[in-house]
Design a protein around this ligand. Structure first.
Ligand code: HEM
Length: 128
């Protein structure tokens, strides 16, 4: 089975709870990371966690609550106000990798999620 089809099934495998675990672990790490804490809005990390969680649920085959609340994702455009260079991109991927590992899914789920985060974070880069 190709990754494309597994993408659609990740929600069925890990559920709301799985995505909640990933984003909770990620946002535990953001305030402790010198690069990421300088980029994220420190007064609204809960909101940022919620938006990321809802997006991931939608992207991986769950309910489309993200778009119902926020409209088209247009994530590259939405990230333009934040200076995302190679260092920030790499740190994001590193912390998300730690979060996914901590969440404790099976290898195939980990591999699909990591591949998505790796490629999408590169796409989000908007500064040299
Ligand atoms: C796999 C890559 C990524 C995905 C899927 C992702 C997803 C998202 C989503 C869904 C939002 C909320 C957009 C909205 O509705 O307003 C968001 C916001 C944000 N992202 Fe990302 N992002 C990624 C990479 C990055 C990277 C590499 C950085 C910086 C290092 C970053 C920093 C931010 C910041 C600062 C916000 C604003 C927080 C907020 O929602 O208030 N993101 N991201």
């Amino acid at each position: 089975m190709s990754d494309f089809h597994l993408d659609d099934r990740i929600y069925d495998v890990i559920g709301e709870e799985g995505f909640a675990r990933i984003t909770a672990e990620f946002f535990l790490r953001v305030p402790k990371d010198d690069v990421l804490s300088a980029i994220y809005p420190e007064d609204d990390l809960e909101g940022a966690e919620h938006r990321l969680r809802e997006f991931l649920v939608q992207r991986f085959g769950g309910p489309h609550r993200y778009s119902a609340q926020r409209g088209e994702p247009r994530l590259r455009a939405r990230h333009m106000p934040f200076a995302i260079d190679q260092l920030a991109r790499d740190r994001w991927v590193q912390r998300m990798g730690e979060a996914v590992t901590e969440a404790g899914f099976d290898d195939e789920v980990n591999r699909v999620l990591q591949a998505f985060f790796d490629a999408s974070a590169t796409f989000m880069m908007n500064r040299d």
